[in-house]
Design a protein around this ligand. Structure first.
Ligand code: G1P
Length: 277
């Protein structure tokens, strides 16, 4: 299976830092955020990855390329551990630019020549997953059982109004619709879509159909999902594990604390910082 990482967004919540550094490259300690996504995909058995990017995102291309000069330096020093830190992530990487910020639905449509007639995974890289099995693997397993497009969902997080919220069918598995950022009190359920999707190629037909009637403004992926949901072709996969939202400053901070606390020395540092406070 192939994956498409939608990494075209401005990252406006992180300006001015994101003016020149793609938010996907923000460091979570010593690893850029995108590295966690690449690891999840790799551990889910995915090798071919298309990045949908935009201007100012060239650092992502450099990240999956070799750093020949440094390799030579580390080799001459016999610094094998350092050498490993700059190893190219395994996999095959492809890049395509979304030239205008027309929304996630339009970004996904660009991937059709890459994924063809096969099901594929879409990643919104603001969401990192912690736990086993990797979230993408959970989606693939659900697809293999159902043959439907699959939305990863989280049950009842705070601030439902910031997400796509699904409407569930009576069987608790299929969805009948999805509402993007519903005003508080109007949510169709307590299950939000998180940034992992497995689409059957039917999604392209649905998106194209809606795109032809689209009257301007952002074209969201939910438009295609709504149509497929009405046909009974979309199911949910309730995430096992936890989500870290690096798309907001608060979530980014939590991600750093989460990863730091796994290292005894850094965990002690956090403790002493708290004690001083
Ligand atoms: C996007 C999607 C939304 C989804 C969320 C998951 O929102 O539009 O449906 O629930 O990702 O993180 P955004 O983060 O771009 O506001």
């Amino acid at each position: 299976m192939k994956a498409v990482i939608v990494a075209a967004g401005y990252g406006s919540r992180f300006l001015p830092a994101s003016k020149t550094v793609p938010k996907e490259m923000f460091p979570v300690l010593d690893r850029p955020a995108i590295d966690f996504i690449l690891e999840e995909l790799r551990e889910s058995g995915i090798d071919d990855i298309l990045f949908i990017t935009s201007r100012r995102k060239r650092a992502l291309e450099d990240y999956v390329d070799r750093e020949v000069e440094l390799e030579q330096v580390f080799e001459s020093e016999g610094a094998a551990a350092k050498q490993r830190t700059i190893a190219v992530p395994p996999g095959r990487f492809f890049f395509l630019r979304q030239k205008q910020m027309l929304g996630t639905g339009q970004a996904i449509m660009l991937a059709e020549p890459f994924t063809g007639d096969d099901p594929f995974v879409v990643v919104f890289p603001d969401d990192l997953h912690v736990g086993e099995p990797p979230l993408t693997r959970q989606l693939i397993d659900t697809y293999e059982r159902t043959g439907c497009s699959v939305l990863a969902v989280e049950h009842d997080p705070p601030h439902l109004e910031r997400y796509g919220v699904v409407a569930l069918a009576g069987d608790g598995l299929h969805i009948t619709g999805i509402v993007e950022k519903p005003p508080p009190g109007t949510e169709p359920s307590r299950d939000i879509s998180i940034g992992r999707y497995l689409y059957t190629p039917e999604i392209y037909r649905a998106l194209r159909h809606r795109w032809e009637r689209h009257e301007g403004g952002e074209f969201n992926y939910t438009e295609g999902v709504e149509d497929l949901a009405r046909e009974g072709r979309v199911v949910i996969c309730r995430m096992i594990g936890r989500r870290l939202d690096i798309g907001t400053p608060a979530g980014y901070l939590r991600s750093i604390l989460e990863y730091a606390s796994r290292d005894p020395e850094l965990a002690a540092e956090i403790e002493s910082f708290r004690a001083e406070g």
